[in-house]
Ligand binder design. Sequence first.
Ligand code: GLN
Length: 190
Amino acid sequence: MKVGVLALQGAAELHLAALRSIGAAAVPVRRPDELADVDRLILPGGESTTISMMLDANGLTGPLAERLAGGMSTLGTCAGLLLLASEVTDGRDDQHCFGALDISARRNAYGPQTESFEADLPIAALGPSPMTAVFIRSPIVERVGPEVEVLARLDGHPVLCRQGRAWGCTFHPELSGDLRLHRLFCEETA
Ligand code: GLN
């Protein structure tokens, strides 16, 4: 199984390293032929407006929309979650929301970079010990649709959720050295 990491902008390298350290064949995705070649995809954190523009510039917008509509397993982290959402507030009017996750998310909702923080999150799907989650200019999920399963919350807000094969988290799981979410995403067959 080949797992791609969208590598146009943002935190791709650490996702690739995390995937490789759990034994996955991980490759960067920058072109449509590279997207066509992967079984799963991580959309990393970074800047959703920039990633959105770069998807257009690299001819990936249509192919990514098709793969998502076809049910490809996808994990969007932070900016990646914004790309998977059905609605983004406080974003740019022209940024892409692929709608793989029926959620509304408010961009930069905790404030600027200086308001970044870590939290120990209990995530039952990952086992008994909490995961250290790093939040960097993260969005807040303000609405989840009826098909969305919420796997973790912080202060009442969903921070990890999934809808079918689309997963999204508002934190950076590649930064804490805890590989359980990457492993669960790679092993999931639903
Ligand atoms: N605020 C960023 C955005 O709008 C997301 C931040 C992140 O991915 N760490 O895309």
